[in-house]
Design a protein around this ligand. Structure first.
Ligand SMILES: [Zn+2]
Length: 217
């Protein structure tokens, strides 16, 4: 049976990290919408060109077009046993389009909601440091460099991106919840949402997700 897994959760909750881990354990692709958009534009596909027009004119890419790009990717051979979506859906209409696709394929959908308090998100993201030279990412709490402020790999200087300043993170969170709350309600009503606390350590969170996604079939 086709297994469809969607990750929801605020920035800093660990969606990307856990999606990658689950992808390699279940051997199904991890599809990040940002990546497939960049890919479609880079390869100058017909859809990619249409997306680019909207982006260039500063307009929002319409839901139907976003869905066309995602559907194209989901139709690829490597998705036949399932896939993990990260960054999609973003709107109720997108969720409905995906639902229709999944029900036509009799797919098993599970939505993993990684729940994290604002305090945790702010603590995690504001402790992130990036190398000015090679772009390597550190975390001064969970993954500090050997020498404070210096990149282990290239010796470059580490800095904090302005996106990761606590007051900017608070604004990002507000936007996130405004955008995501309708989706959380939608999937709760569909009875396919599983809330997992992202406050525990990484291994415990992973085991929690695995229990949900391996359950049933
Ligand atoms: Zn570096």
């Amino acid at each position: 049976m086709m297994k469809a897994i969607i990750f929801l959760g605020p920035p800093g909750a660990g969606k990307g990290t856990h999606a990658k881990e689950i992808s390699s354990i279940l051997n199904i692709p991890h599809i990040s919408t940002g990546d497939i958009f960049r890919e479609a534009i880079k390869n100058q596909t017909e859809l990619g060109m249409r997306v680019k027009e909207f982006l260039n004119s500063g307009k929002l890419v319409p839901d139907e077009l976003v869905w066309e790009v995602v559907k194209d990717r989901l139709n690829a051979e490597d998705c036949k046993n399932g896939f993990i979506l990260d960054g999609f859906p973003r709107t109720i209409l997108q969720a409905e389009l995906l639902d229709k696709y999944l029900s036509e394929r009799n797919a098993d959908l599970k939505v993993i909601y990684l729940e994290a308090s604002d305090d945790l998100v702010i603590k995690r993201l504001s402790s992130r440091r990036v190398c000015k030279n090679c772009g390597a990412i550190y975390n001064i709490i969970s993954m500090p460099p050997k020498k404070e402020g210096i990149c282990d790999i290239c010796g470059g200087e580490l800095y904090q991106r302005s996106d990761d300043y606590p007051d900017v993170i608070k604004k990002r969170l507000e936007t996130y919840y405004k955008e995501t709350q309708p989706l959380i309600d939608y999937y709760k009503n569909r009875g396919v949402m599983y809330t997992i606390s992202a406050e525990k350590d990484r291994e415990e969170v992973l085991q929690g997700i695995l229990k949900v996604v391996k359950d049933g079939n």
